[in-house]
Design a protein around this ligand. Structure first.
Ligand code: SF4
Length: 411
């Protein structure tokens, strides 16, 4: 175990689900014999680790909204030393826009799934002394989801189990959807995950990562398999896990997939009191523009069924899409009021951020006019919508400047 190369991964709230997966991929190839795998959760800690003399690798994984934070920290670290450090980046932002990773100061970027390419990069680096012949490392072949496992020796935290990767839909603002078929975790692999939890004394809560919760195992959009859902939820029950969450982050539901039958199953096994429905807008025109593939009526019906089955419907909405008008926002807020009155729903209002690699990458959000902002405030006071969009709007101001400097905005 002597002379291992320090490999420091920067842990943040937004990448805490993926770090154990990456660490597992490295450990399962025996790379922890050659690399001292470290996880650091603070900027100060990063500085201290960087100050330890010697060659090292430092890895960041992030999404487009986190650029200002990551870039600032990276610049500060690089100016404080670390000439013999290899700075690498992965995650959905550099997957869609690798050049911006170089512009930020990274030496190499990883596109797509890293479970295979990161260990390959490390193995090749051991032979070549990390003399890079290329700077972009792309995970071109999709790995079976069962071979990705979120349990690492280097982290005590075990994230929710990812049971579906990719999506059957292609919403224009989203990085998850693609024309490629999604992959699913097998029931045997789900079992293996739950076997690990008691070893770590983590038997309190079961959650699943599934971009469209009721399409787990589906071959085509909108298909839903109640037997499979029930088999899935029975697994944590068999491990005596008391709190089972499904249909809420990170396994939100699309409106048209929600049925009374699926809700009866969720009620039977799950302890969450809320269900999150992705509707994204209350304007039919915007629904079509963003390519959602469901109607407002379906979202309204879904909220009503969710309410009738004893859950509170929480509806994800994004405001500020490119091309959204004040009239669209008025429609959205009128619709939010309607579903609130009918089904006690609350709309979770997010602000649009253009994500790299999506059809709307590089597009500016529509400004929120004063009348819309007033109405949003009033509906927030009335408990009909959240005011989360304000945080997004404030964050956009910094992000826009950075994206412009990186050359990632459309002119
Ligand atoms: S927004 Fe949801 S349903 Fe649409 S592509 Fe993304 S993950 Fe799939």
């Amino acid at each position: 175990m002597k002379n291992r190369i320090p490999f420091i991964l920067r842990l943040a709230d937004y990448n805490r689900f993926s770090l154990p997966v990456l660490l597992h991929a490295l450990e399962s190839q025996g790379l922890d014999r050659h690399f001292d795998l470290q996880v650091e959760s603070s900027a100060t800690g990063m500085k201290k680790r960087l100050a330890v003399p010697g060659r090292k690798i430092i890895g960041y994984g992030f999404m487009t909204p986190h650029i200002p934070e990551v870039w600032k920290e990276l610049s500060s670290l690089k100016s404080s030393g670390g000439n013999d450090t290899l700075w690498i980046a992965g995650g959905s932002h550099v997957t869609g826009d690798p050049d911006s990773g170089f512009a930020m100061g990274f030496d190499a970027v990883f596109q797509g799934e890293c479970e295979r390419i990161l260990p390959e990069f490390c193995l090749n680096g051991l032979d070549s002394g990390f003399q890079l012949k290329q700077r972009v490392f792309a995970g071109r072949t999709e790995i079976p989801l069962d071979s990705s496992f979120p349990v690492s020796k280097a982290m005590s935290f075990i994230p929710p189990v990812e049971i579906m990767r990719g999506c059957l839909h292609t919403c224009r603002f989203c990085q998850t959807g693609s024309s490629k078929k999604p992959r699913y975790r097998s029931m045997e692999s789900v079992e293996s995950y739950f076997k690990e939890l008691p070893i770590r004394r983590l038997q309190f809560r079961a959650c699943f990562i599934c971009p469209s919760g009721l399409e787990y195992g589906s071959r085509k959009a909108g298909e839903y398999n109640p037997d499979l859902l029930e088999s899935l939820l029975r697994v944590p029950v068999s491990y005596k896990i008391r709190h089972i969450e499904y249909g809420i982050f990170p396994s939100e539901l699309r409106p048209e997939t929600i049925t009374p039958e699926s809700l009866r199953i969720l009620k039977k096994y799950c302890t969450n009191k809320k269900i999150t429905i992705g509707a994204q807008t209350g304007s039919e025109r915007m629904l079509a523009l963003i390519g959602r593939g469901h109607s407002l009526e379906q979202a309204e019906q879904a909220a009503a069924w969710v309410h009738e089955h004893g859950f509170r419907p929480m509806i994800d909405i994004i405001i500020g899409f490119p091309g959204e008008t004040p009239e669209d926002r008025l429609c959205t807020l009128e619709w939010a009021r309607k579903v609130h009155l009918r089904s006690n729903a609350r709309c979770q209002m997010h602000y649009f951020i253009p994500l790299s690699g999506t059809a709307l990458a590089g597009r500016r959000p529509s400004p929120i006019d004063a009348a819309s902002a007033d109405l949003l405030d009033r509906e927030h006071q009335a408990g009909i919508v959240t005011d989360w969009w304000k945080k997004g709007l404030a964050a956009w101001e910094d992000l826009e400047k950075d994206l412009e400097r990186l050359g990632s905005m459309s002119s």
